[in-house]
Design a protein around this ligand. Structure first.
Ligand code: SF4
Ligand code: SF4
Length: 209
């Protein structure tokens, strides 16, 4: 437990809420030890020992609930209600709730923004086959992106043989269309498909990356 840990404004050290194990009743099943998320317990000589008692979460009694032989007990709940009243904790609780809601809202907004970005199409890989007519297709690609926030990257051309290319043996080209400003490029893709069509090339595949 952190030295100055508090429970809704009350120093944790002032709250006597922790489990007490009846060592005679304990059968050493380890269920409390494995259940407690706060590592309160240690198993010693096949018995559970609440070694870090003050790390127990105030108000929790889970280990006591699951213990098969009812070897674990807690203080009376009245003690907690009395502390709540005496320390007037609900002003603090309201503020804590406000902060928690603000954090949750921020996390939701962040998740929604990330979701929206994930839905954007910012990069698409094309694979195209056919006769690219020396540099004609490349020049048209260059024209297509002129003054637009897009680019063609990872351009690869596979020409089987130069002789073959002269005899119009199909070549193969792959490239990525990417946004230079992380914008959606869906509308630009129509122009790319049109360019492929106008050059009588075959669109082999088109995949969002
Ligand atoms: S759950 Fe009960 S019986 Fe099992 S180790 Fe803990 S105290 Fe002992
Ligand atoms: S009451 Fe909860 S937090 Fe405390 S020791 Fe048991 S399981 Fe752990």
């Amino acid at each position: 437990m952190a030295k100055d840990e508090t429970w809704h404004g009350i120093p944790r050290k002032d709250i006597p809420w922790f489990p007490t194990v009846d060592a005679d009743a304990c059968i050493g099943c380890s269920l409390c030890y494995t259940t407690c998320g706060r590592s309160v317990y240690e198993m010693r000589d096949n018995k559970a020992v609440a070694a870090k008692a003050m790390s127990c979460m105030v108000g929790c009694s889970t280990c006591g609930t699951v213990c098969p032989v009812e070897a674990i007990s807690f203080p009376d709940r009245d003690m907690i209600w009395k502390l709540e009243r005496e320390h007037k904790i609900f002003k603090v609780v309201r503020q804590e709730a406000k902060e928690k809601m603000a954090k949750q809202d921020a996390a939701k907004a962040r998740a929604a923004a990330e979701d929206a970005v994930a839905k954007l199409t910012t990069r698409v890989r094309f694979e195209v086959a056919g006769d690219f007519g020396e540099k004609r297709f490349l020049i048209q690609m260059e024209d297509l992106i002129k003054e637009k926030p897009v680019d063609f990257v990872n351009l690869r051309m596979d020409v089987p043989t130069v002789q073959g290319a002269r005899q119009k043996t199909p070549s193969f080209m792959s490239f990525d269309v990417t946004s230079t400003e992380q914008n959606d490029i869906q509308s630009f893709l129509d122009g790319v498909r049109d360019l492929i069509r106008r050059n009588a090339l075959t669109l082999v595949s088109e995949n969002k990356l």
